[in-house]
Ligand binder design. Structure first.
Ligand code: ATP
Length: 294
């Protein structure tokens, strides 16, 4: 189980870091084994920062992150390696994770060098082929190729395979399908569904509500760095209580709806207030459904 407890993040900004920007405000969430938790919200709401803190790519300003009940908030460098055996991330742009001058399967070799140096070449190759099959890739058609010879969907699935080589417990998936075409998207999404059935916990960061609805049992909706609504996806999406959630949901264009007949009219929302004050507490609206008060 991955847990965030009252996590805050402030970035230093301005000349010489003289000011700060509070990107994440008092966020608590959990990702259980075999569960996809979606974190949704507009651009700048703090979703990626949460993923980065979980992956220890940026520090936590206040609060705690726990994995399996153990506080992992500020791992020292030596301890991080052990952490990355258990938690890995995949990001939006698969191309940026590959060096174009190396064959794409070098991403697997770097895992062996860092985490399994004692594994022999033949044994490693067999393991790589096994995880490639598990992400529905034919090893013969991807191994030995350069990144430009592979599609975005293949590259993204190879990165998921790379994470799986370590038998991880938690995958942070940050907008991993937004750069893929529609048919490849559903393929990668279905793959996440299979992985969760096998016990992987997935923190699924997206601004696409339909993807969140498709893949996750629980959802967290963020605005201005704080959680405004959370709970069972079915409840939050069918009965949104916060004006921001309602706006987000009504802004999803439907196939049968035309702008010319029925344009979406968003509700007026409060402007961004003081980000340094604690956000309103979450109140239970119904079973498995919480909404920020005020
Ligand atoms: N390294 C950084 N230094 C300073 N400010 C940052 C840094 N990274 C992010 N921010 C700011 O923190 C806020 C939250 O950013 P974040 O990337 O977490 O949002 P997001 O919800 O993931 O947005 P998007 O959907 O556009 O990726 C934004 O105002 C952003 O400008």
């Amino acid at each position: 189980m991955l847990q965030l407890e009252n996590v805050w993040k402030s970035y230093r900004v301005g000349a010489l870091g003289s000011k700060h920007l509070t990107a994440v405000r008092d966020v608590s969430l959990q990702v259980a084994p075999g569960e996809v938790l979606s974190v949704v919200g507009e651009s700048g709401s703090g979703k990626t920062t949460i993923g980065k803190m979980v992956l220890q790519l940026t520090s936590v300003t206040r609060g705690r992150i726990l994995l399996g009940g153990e506080d992992v908030t500020a791992r020292r460098h030596a301890e991080r390696k052990e952490y990355y055996r258990r938690v890995q991330g995949v990001f939006q742009d698969p191309f940026s994770s590959y060096n174009p001058i190396f064959k794409a399967d070098r991403v697997f070799e770097t895992v062996r060098e860092s985490f399994r140096p004692g594994t022999g070449a033949a044994q490693w190759r067999a393991r790589v082929e096994e995880v490639l099959h598990s992400v529905r890739l034919d090893p013969a058609s991807v191994l030995g190729k350069y990144p430009h010879q592979l599609s975005g969907g293949q590259l993204q699935r190879m990165l998921i395979a790379r994470a799986l080589l370590l038998d991880i417990e938690v995958l942070v998936a940050d907008e991993i399908i937004s750069m893929l075409d529609a048919s490849t998207r559903i393929d990668v999404l279905n793959l996440l569904g299979e992985l969760k059935e096998r016990g992987l916990g997935v923190l699924f960061i997206t601004h696409d509500l339909s993807l969140a609805n498709y893949i996750s049992e629980r959802v967290v909706i963020m605005r201005h760095g704080a959680v405004v609504e959370t709970g069972a996806t079915a409840k939050v999406f069918t009965d949104p209580q916060h004006p921001y959630s309602r706006n987000l949901l009504s802004s999803v264009p439907q196939l049968h709806r035309k702008w010319s007949d029925d344009p979406v009219e968003p509700e007026d929302l409060e402007p961004d207030g003081d980000r340094d004050t604690p956000p309103p507490p979450l109140r239970e609206h119904a079973e498995q459904h919480w909404v920020a008060a005020g």
